[in-house]
Design a protein around this ligand. Structure first.
Ligand code: HEC
Length: 109
């Protein structure tokens, strides 16, 4: 019984560690921006969960550049089945370098 509890607590702390995957600087930039008002790591909010985004583009070498572009320009189309066609807002104030770091952070989830 006690062992089960210990295992559950260990699993819980592991899953919260998993949320911290990726470059902490990129995560901080995303927290300063509006990303987490529409996205969460583990569940859909307005946009798809970051875990689902990472799964969709796993092994796709073009994903960081493509997603950085999408973060800057916004738009819909890749997740219509999840979002009902709601577009992501554009972020023209975010530099290509920062958007690429954010895309890589998302892909590490
Ligand atoms: C107004 C809500 C909203 C905000 C704010 C927002 N997103 Fe999104 N995001 C969406 C929606 C909706 C989609 C799905 C777009 C689609 O269907 O192609 C999406 C998709 C994405 C994708 C996957 C793109 C693709 O083509 O597969 C990434 C990566 C992403 N967002 C990252 C971010 C980051 C980083 C930020 C902060 C700079 C951010 N989002 C802010 C709503 C938002």
């Amino acid at each position: 019984m006690k062992l089960k509890l210990v295992a559950a607590v260990a699993a819980l702390s592991l899953s919260s560690l998993a949320h911290a995957a990726g470059d902490p600087k990129a995560e901080a930039l995303m927290k300063k921006s509006d990303c987490f008002s529409c996205h969460a790591v583990g569940n859909k909010v307005v946009g798809p969960s970051y875990k689902d985004v990472a799964k969709k583009y796993k092994g796709n070498a073009k994903a960081p550049a493509m997603l950085a572009d999408k973060i800057i320009k916004g738009g819909a189309g890749n997740w219509n089945a999840v979002t009902g066609g709601v577009p992501m807002t554009p972020h023209p104030q975010i530099s290509k370098a920062d958007a690429t770091a954010m895309a890589k952070w998302v892909l590490a989830q």
